[in-house]
Write a protein that binds this ligand. Structure first.
Ligand SMILES: [Zn+2]
Length: 130
């Protein structure tokens, strides 16, 4: 911290002024060429969804007690954490999308929170047990 305070530009840093730094919009190709130290930065990508990949299940079964994944044994859902039976597991989104931005295609994994925003629904409400 002392070394950081010596830097005359430190007090003008965006995050110290309470301003959220403006995110730079970059292409996927550019992200792929970044080195590991740049991976800590945040970027925006303007992508178009070309395909919803149906190679995997679109949801995860989640334990209602500890919110860990469940696994299936003899048509029973068991919690991975404590092994108890979860008769009615929660459904959380786990969607794979193939997206394109003009430079290349990229597979994007959409989790539960982003899935809820995307579909404006809860995965439990979309799940049809039939
Ligand atoms: Zn559990």
């Amino acid at each position: 911290m002392r070394n950081m305070m010596k830097d005359p530009n430190y007090k003008n840093q965006q995050y110290l002024l309470g301003k959220k730094p403006e995110l730079k919009v970059i292409a996927v190709e550019e992200i792929m060429n970044y080195n590991l130290s740049s991976a800590e930065k945040e970027f925006l990508c303007d992508l178009t969804v070309s395909t919803v990949l149906q190679t995997t299940q679109w949801f995860r079964n989640i334990c209602t007690s500890c919110y860990e994944d469940t696994y299936s044994v003899d048509n029973l859902q068991l919690c991975k954490c404590i092994g108890r039976e979860v008769p009615y597991p929660l459904k959380w989104f786990k969607i794979s999308l193939l997206c394109i931005d003009g430079t290349r295609k990229v597979e994007i994994k959409v989790g539960n929170v982003a899935g809820q925003k995307l579909y404006k629904a809860n995965a439990n409400n979309l799940f049809d047990p039939v």
